[in-house]
Design a binder for this molecule. Structure first.
Ligand code: HEM
Length: 154
């Protein structure tokens, strides 16, 4: 059950970040200021789901990994620390600042500088989550295979 909650929360986080990135790129490259502002507002609202999803996935992950040692777990731990720092110290402040600037109609060089940084940091976040997802699937598959072998040997 804990594994399902863990993987489910991680999947929700990945879908949200991929959605934020897609909506950002479409609105800024193809649409107008009203659409950009709507996306900035939606991202702020989406953060109310993204932050708990990341906390749930990270918290359950650390709990699943308690007392276990493996290179994959170490990689996931390390990535999770970067994910948390990137999210709280870079992506969250940028989402608020970009929203405030879009509300004020300030689509200037600072806005686009911060926007570029947000897209880069968001892409890194998505890549780290995807790697944690892939390592998690490998670990669970390995465990299932070992269990099946034990059963066959009996
Ligand atoms: C938010 C980032 C993370 C994502 C997206 C993620 C994703 C996943 C996925 C998809 C699985 C496989 C579940 C299944 O096949 O049913 C999994 C398993 C696992 N994850 Fe994560 N994970 C994340 C963070 C972490 C962290 C930080 C740790 C702790 C270091 C961790 C530890 C584990 C463990 C131990 C398992 C194996 C559970 C088992 O089969 O016994 N995960 N994870």
């Amino acid at each position: 059950m804990k594994t399902i909650i863990h993987a489910g929360a991680g999947t929700v986080a990945m879908i949200l970040i991929a959605g934020f990135l897609t909506a950002t790129l479409i609105s800024e490259l193809l649409l107008d200021a009203t659409a950009i502002l709507a996306v900035k507002k939606a991202i702020l609202a989406g953060l109310c789901l993204l932050i708990p999803a990341l906390a749930m996935s990270g918290g359950s992950g650390f709990s699943l990994a308690r007392g276990r040692l493996s290179p994959a777990i170490e990689r996931k731990r390390r990535r999770m620390k970067i994910i948390a720092a990137n999210g709280l110290l870079i992506l969250l402040p940028l989402a608020v600042l970009l929203y405030l600037r879009a509300t004020a109609g300030l689509f200037d060089i600072l806005f686009y500088g911060m926007q570029t940084l947000e897209v880069l940091a968001g892409s890194v976040q998505l890549a780290l989550l995807a790697r944690n997802f892939r390592d998690g699937r490998k670990m669970t598959r390995g465990k299932r295979l070992a269990a099946a072998k034990t059963l066959n040997a009996i």
